[in-house]
Design a protein around this ligand. Structure first.
Ligand code: SF4
Ligand code: SF4
Length: 277
């Protein structure tokens, strides 16, 4: 289960399988990838490689063969043990800085068992755990991870169910219900809410005021962070040959972001609203 937000900056994480991208600007047209492709999925056309997806078995020979790094693999298979070993390499750094690991995505709750196992091991190593999530997942999945979670960042995109469906592809009922359940659960918190501010989609006063009112009812929510819309994911869309849905939308100015935060702080009874980076 995952959202399909119009402004998604990590389209490579919307599918469970890893994906193959192509950075055309880095291709010199040498043809080595086509020669190395075992299934004949790549053919050269006018000096450029063209991949036939239905014949590609994702063996990644092209990624390994290309001297210029034009083929790129998004995602990889790893066991929980392998990931923990990678994280533990920085154990001393975590110890001295008091920092920790943030599980993000994509959607960490789409792999709740895996994330819970890695978090449990992080705790064995004394490493603090945080998670950034849409909370669009069955409660049972969220519960598995909460056992080993120290800090939660949860998104609220829109309060209105219909508008949420239009912008993110699904209803927000499950998300809001999970937030309420977390608030009533024995998990100690804290929770920070994040709102990606998308001009023309969710930056109206009605939505932002409704969000503040809702968050004020949740005792574990300390802060709301407003995150300005950005287009950093555009290159990934290009590499994956996907259309970018919000190409015309500009990032909100810092002044606009601060004005929105001020308005929300005026409407808030308890939570603090600030502009995040
Ligand atoms: S991943 Fe393997 S099968 Fe797919 S295009 Fe590359 S070399 Fe060919
Ligand atoms: S191996 Fe790399 S540089 Fe050569 S044709 Fe393939 S993608 Fe282009």
């Amino acid at each position: 289960m995952s959202l399909r937000c119009l402004w998604c900056s990590t389209p490579e994480s919307q599918h469970r399988e890893f994906e193959l991208g192509f950075r055309s600007g880095q291709c010199a047209g040498c043809g080595r990838c086509a020669a190395a492709c075992p299934g004949g999925a790549i053919r050269m056309e006018q000096g450029r490689p063209v991949r036939e997806q239905s014949r590609c078995c994702l063996c990644l020979s092209c990624v390994r063969t290309c001297p210029n790094g034009a083929w790129v693999s998004y995602g990889m298979d790893m066991t929980a043990g392998e990931l923990v070993r990678e994280i533990a390499k920085d154990e001393i750094f975590y110890f001295h800085s008091g920092g920790g690991v943030t599980f993000s995505g994509g959607e960490p709750l789409a792999q709740a068992d895996f994330v819970a196992r890695v978090m449990e091991e992080c705790h064995v190593h004394g490493i603090h755990t945080a998670m950034e999530t849409s909370l669009y997942a069955p409660w049972e999945q969220a519960e598995k991870v909460l056992k080993y979670l120290d800090f939660l960042f949860a998104d609220i995109k829109l309060m209105d169910a219909r508008r949420h469906r239009e912008a993110a592809g699904v209803d927000n009922g499950l998300i809001l219900e999970n937030l309420r359940r977390i608030d009533e659960s024995g998990w100690p918190g804290p929770v920070h809410i994040r709102i990606p501010v998308i001009p023309g989609v969710n930056d109206d006063q009605e939505n932002l005021t409704e969000t503040v009112k809702f968050c004020d009812t949740l005792k574990k929510v300390e802060k709301i962070e407003l995150l300005p819309y950005h287009r950093l994911g555009m290159e990934t869309y290009r590499n994956l040959n996907l259309a970018y849905p919000l190409a015309e939308v500009e990032s909100p100015s810092p002044e606009r972001m601060h004005r929105l935060a001020e308005d929300m702080n005026r409407a808030a009874r308890r939570v603090a609203v600030l502009v995040g980076g």
